[in-house]
Unconditional design. Structure first.
Length: 108
């Protein structure tokens, strides 16, 4: 399937490497959903106008994640890809974090 036909969620797509992924995939024609909790950052990315939408999402909140996927399903009827690029605070190693510490981590 050509990327131009794909609907892709990018978490943490408001800045840094996540933003680079949004820009690169958008340049190839993918329709990108920026899943980001920083509204101002995400709105500025969505304003680039490159087949980019924004859905406010806090990946540390299961209800927010459920709303993200429900919104994508309502808007597009499908999802072709997911790039999970949320940051974990410096000094935290996911492999040794317990579930509560991971869920409490301030991501993005």
């Amino acid at each position: 399937m050509p990327l131009s036909e794909c609907v892709v969620i990018v978490t943490g797509g408001g800045a840094g490497i996540g933003l680079g992924i949004v820009e690169a995939a958008g340049a190839l024609g993918a329709h990108i959903v920026v899943a980001e909790k920083n509204v101002a950052l995400a709105e500025s990315v969505a304003a680039l106008g490159r087949n980019t939408d924004f859905i406010e999402t806090d990946v540390s909140d299961p209800d927010s994640i459920t709303r993200l996927f429900a919104s994508v399903d309502d808007r597009y009827g499908r999802l072709d890809g997911l790039v999970d690029w949320n940051g974990i605070p410096s000094g935290m190693v996911v492999a040794v974090m317990d579930y509560r510490a991971y869920r409490a981590a301030e991501c993005g």
